[in-house]
Design a protein around this ligand. Sequence first.
Ligand SMILES: Nc1ncnc2c1ncn2[C@@H]1O[C@H](COP(=O)(O)OP(=O)(O)OP(=O)(O)O)[C@@H](O)[C@H]1O
Ligand SMILES: O=P(O)(O)OC[C@H]1O[C@H](OP(=O)(O)OP(=O)(O)O)[C@H](O)[C@@H]1O
Length: 214
Amino acid sequence: MAEFTIAVAKGRIADHSIRLLNTMGVTFEQLTPSSRKLVFYSSDKTIRLIFVKAIDVPTYVEKGAADMGIVGKDNILESQADVYEVLDLKIGTCKFAVAGKPGQQLDAFQSLTIATKYPTVARNYFSRKGKPIEIVKLNGSVELAPIIGLADVIVDIVETGNTLKENGLVVLEQVESISTRLIVNKASFALKSVAIQSFINTFKQSLEESTWNA
Ligand SMILES: Nc1ncnc2c1ncn2[C@@H]1O[C@H](COP(=O)(O)OP(=O)(O)OP(=O)(O)O)[C@@H](O)[C@H]1O
Ligand SMILES: O=P(O)(O)OC[C@H]1O[C@H](OP(=O)(O)OP(=O)(O)O)[C@H](O)[C@@H]1O
């Protein structure tokens, strides 16, 4: 029986997350790039790994279905999950930004209509600024919204800036930096403290060593 379960976000950061686990000596024999399996056990059977849609990872960890999770800060903020965030893995780096047409003045709008995949992040950001907004929740291709007239601006992830550029949009305001984090369920942190603390320490040491060797 595995000592603990770790939920890893599928998608962009999955391969890099697994490579980091490999670097710290944790390997999963049946894990191949083309596999559709969602549950794996480490070679020494101490760790169960589950692949979860990125936005669901904080929920799995908060509810205790997974003891730990590897997921982007964007999804931690959006889910508002009550979990411990214990390590910054320094991968999947990007940022949240408000973007729109060049020269757009946000102050010129009485109320802004904002298209986003991240309604909670957008609401929190504009509420801190005391700005009334209306949210249009989208699930992708968010950059289309200001072009088509569905929204005034977007709140979205910017990494290289290519998607904005190719669609004639620019960053109007930076909201927050994002990277991949290791999160832990609060009860597991207390109940499985030896196994989890040892995992965190080994992970931390392996990250530090790979930074020094880079
Ligand atoms: N250019 C980027 N766009 C989106 N996420 C990025 C980018 N660069 C790094 N990331 C990080 O990678 C994580 C996973 O991104 P990915 O696109 O695989 O998930 P997702 O947005 O949930 O995908 P989808 O909703 O399309 O299934 C994000 O949560 C974010 O932390
Ligand atoms: O700054 P860039 O490097 O261009 O990356 C940013 C883009 O990548 C993400 O979209 P994704 O590719 O996940 O597609 P989506 O439209 O389905 O969300 C994000 O929502 C931006 O659109």
